[in-house]
Design a binder for this molecule. Sequence first.
Ligand SMILES: [Zn+2]
Length: 402
Amino acid sequence: MADRPIQSLGWKTPLQSARKRNMDILAQRGVSGIMDVLSPGVPPGSDTAHLAIFGYDPYNVYRGRGAFEALGVGVSLQKGDIAFRCNLATVDATGQIIDRRAGRIDSVNARTLAKALRNAKRTRHNDVEVIVEPATEHRIAIILRGDGLSSQIGDTDPHEAGMPVQKVKPLIKTSEAAKTADIVNDLSTVFRDILEKHPINQERKGRGDLPANAILFRGASELPKIEPLPRKYGVRIAAISGTALIKGVCRSLGIEIIEVKGATGTLETDVEAKAEATIEALHDHEVVYTHVKGTDNASHDGDVSQKVRMIERIDQMIGNIASKVDQDTVMSITTDHTTPVETKEHTGDPVPVTISGQGVRRDGVKNFDEISCAKGGLNKIRGIDLFPILMNSIGRTKKFGA
Ligand SMILES: [Zn+2]
C-alpha cells in the first residue's frame, strides 16, 4: 500500500490521493508513525516483513521461503523436511526457459499437472519421500522428506527467461547437501518428461498456449525454530489472508488461519467477507490479523489507478470492521513494505503505521499516509517493535525489572 510521490497524482502518493475516510478517522483517534520494517533502506520480502511485524528478528529466524509456502498450502512440515517453492514453467526443446510462469497457467490445470508429478518414478534415493502440493496458478510447493537432507543447495531456477534450467549445486561440502542436490536434479529431469507428455500440455500446445512442461525449484528451506506467538504473549491469535506465503508465515508462528471464501490474494478479493470474518474471529481471539494483498499486485503491475481503487476497497473493509468492533478494541493499520508503482518492486522506504483505540495516545495526525504519519507521536519505529507496542496497548506485556 505504501508508495512514493507520483507525478500523475500531482506528486502525491496513492494513499494520499485515495478516498480513505475510515483510515483517516483511525489516525485521528490514535498515534501514528513510520516504520522501517526490517532496517532502514532494506527492501523487505513479504515473509521477512511479516516475521518482523509479529515481533521476530528475521535476521535470526529466517530459513528461506519454501517452508512458509508449504505451510501455506496446508502441508504439515516435519523436522528435517526440505521445502521448495516451485514454478510450473515453459522451456523449449533445448531446455531454455521461454516463460517462468507457463503463461500464468490457471489453477485448475496446474493442480492436475502437479498431481501427475506425485507418481514420478525416480532413479536415485528412493528412501526420500517427495510431496507435491499445488498452490495458486503456476506455484507449487515441493517437499523432500527423509533422512540426511540439507537446505544448503542452490536453485534450478535461473530467475530469468532466455536462460537454461540450472543444475542444482550443493552450497556446502556435506553428503547431505550433495544428496539433496542429486535428488532435485533427478526430479527436474523426471518431472520434465511427465509434464511434456501430459494431455493438458498437448492441448495447450494445440491451442497455441505455452505448455507447463518444466518445474523450477527455488528457495530450499527448513522450518524455522521459533517460540509460538500465542505462548509468548498468552493470547489467542488468528489470521485472515488469501496468500499462501502469508498463511505459511502465520502458521509457523502458531497463529490460527481462518479460511475465508472469496479471499483470493488478488485485486478481486472479497474485502466484505474478510471484514465479516475478522469481526467473527474477534469473538474468540484476543488478536486478529487481516491481510490484503491487492495493492502489492497493482504495484508490481505498475498500475496507479488499480492501486488507488484497491486502497479505497481496503478502506471500506476497515470502516466495516471499525463500525462493528467493541469500544475497547485497538486497531492498527500498516503495510508490510513499500512497493512503488514506478519501481514495480519492493523498496526500503519506511511504511506508515497507525494505532488507534481506547487508551491510546492521540497525536494530532489527521491522515493515514506516508507523509502525515511521519509527523506522528510514534516517530520512527522498526517492524520488530510494532507487536510489543500493540501488546502493551492491550495489557499483555510483562514488566522488565522490579
Ligand atoms: Zn510484492
